[in-house]
Design a protein around this ligand. Structure first.
Ligand code: 5CA
Length: 156
């Protein structure tokens, strides 16, 4: 998607987050693939999961470690409504990113964001940068701030 990596870079700069986007030249679509390319543990990969509010139709972003599963009840509790998986088309229209490259920052539309508290236990994490082979590293607290994410327990 044209301009999506630039959108991530700009959002980071606006948030005061110093990042270097790396194009790996191989797929980083899944947490396992991203970890392989980054040479880090799967746990240090940040998954940017998009769900849709069943009442409002609005999207929500949940940031969790690559080895964790989102607890849908905990996610619904912080969102304040029941959630279901978002359609790829709505994800693309509102984030500006295709699935596999959804970044925690730089969305086209403001999306309420939440981060699992276990992410803060790492020195450094890696997240998608808007394309299926693009990633950036950050300190988790700085990434959570840049994403304006509310920290909560989101995994089991
Ligand atoms: N680039 C990597 C990590 S840096 C990445 O984006 N991983 S991810 O986990 O955040 O994004 C993949 C996620 O997209 C999957 O975990 C899954 O929850 C979601 N996904 C995959 N296929 C679909 C689909 N058809 N509809 C909605 N969500 C999907």
């Amino acid at each position: 998607m044209a301009g999506s990596i630039e959108r991530v870079t700009r959002a980071a700069a606006e948030a005061g987050l110093d990042i270097e986007v790396r194009r790996m030249g191989a797929s980083t679509r899944t947490a396992d693939e991203a970890a392989q390319q980054c040479g880090c543990s799967v746990a240090q990969i940040v998954k940017s999961l998009i769900f849709r509010g069943e009442s409002s139709g609005k999207l929500y972003l949940f940031l969790i470690s690559g080895t964790k599963r989102l607890d849908i009840d905990k996610a619904a509790s912080v969102a304040g409504e029941a959630l279901s998986r978002a359609e790829p088309r709505q994800i693309r229209d509102e984030t500006g990113f295709a699935i596999g490259g959804v970044s925690p920052i730089g969305h086209l539309v403001a999306i309420p964001a939440f981060a699992d508290e276990t992410l803060l236990g790492f020195d450094r994490v890696w997240a998608a940068a808007g394309a299926h082979d693009a990633v950036f590293a950050a300190a988790p607290a700085a990434l959570v701030d840049a994403a304006r994410a509310v920290v909560a327990p989101l995994t089991s």
